[in-house]
Design a protein around this ligand. Structure first.
Ligand SMILES: Cc1cc2nc3c(=O)[nH]c(=O)nc-3n(C[C@H](O)[C@H](O)[C@H](O)COP(=O)(O)O)c2cc1C
Length: 138
């Protein structure tokens, strides 16, 4: 059985060089997640992160501890967690919604819905992540 953690957080990155910092996060994540057999997706809108990670329970717990302490974001709100039978993502991946204001505003709307209405909202946001995700090099 796998564990999963799905959350939304607010970026604390300076908007002018946020992409570079997100690049650093992804570079670490590709390596560490692969070594822990964790897959998932990270979505960055320029203002918020949404992340879904899935893998062995001990690995998810270890990552959760690191991510919760990371000063690059704040207001981390869990929208789904616990055991889950199957993986949604085959590799580690990143979706970036920043360049298009239309897309970013759609995603921002979905994030708000997911936080307010934890059931259906989380499902809709997960679907959005699946559509956005393009595979990392893991
Ligand atoms: C929004 C966000 C998502 C992150 N996702 C991951 C991740 O999936 N895997 C990972 O190894 N680190 C991720 N990190 C980085 C970790 O917080 C941490 O810096 C890194 O894993 C190194 O861990 P350590 O400082 O405990 O050694 C993320 C950071 C942020 C801000």
């Amino acid at each position: 059985m796998l564990d999963r953690w799905f959350y939304i957080s607010t970026s604390r990155l300076d908007e002018t060089d946020a992409e570079r910092h997100v690049g650093d996060i992804v570079a670490i994540s590709v390596q560490r997640n692969r070594s822990l057999e964790v897959t998932g997706a990270l979505l960055f809108t320029g203002r918020h992160f949404a992340q879904y990670i899935e893998g062995p329970p001990a690995a998810i717990a270890a990552l959760q501890e690191s991510i919760l302490q990371d000063p690059r974001h704040q207001d981390i709100g869990t929208i789904a967690c616990g055991s889950y039978p199957t993986r949604h993502f085959l590799t580690w991946s990143l979706g970036y919604a920043g360049p298009s204001r239309f897309v970013a505003s759609k995603v921002e709307g979905a994030l708000t819905d997911a936080l307010k209405n934890r059931q259906g909202g989380a499902q809709a946001l997960l679907h959005m992540l699946e559509q956005f995700a393009f595979p990392g090099s893991s």
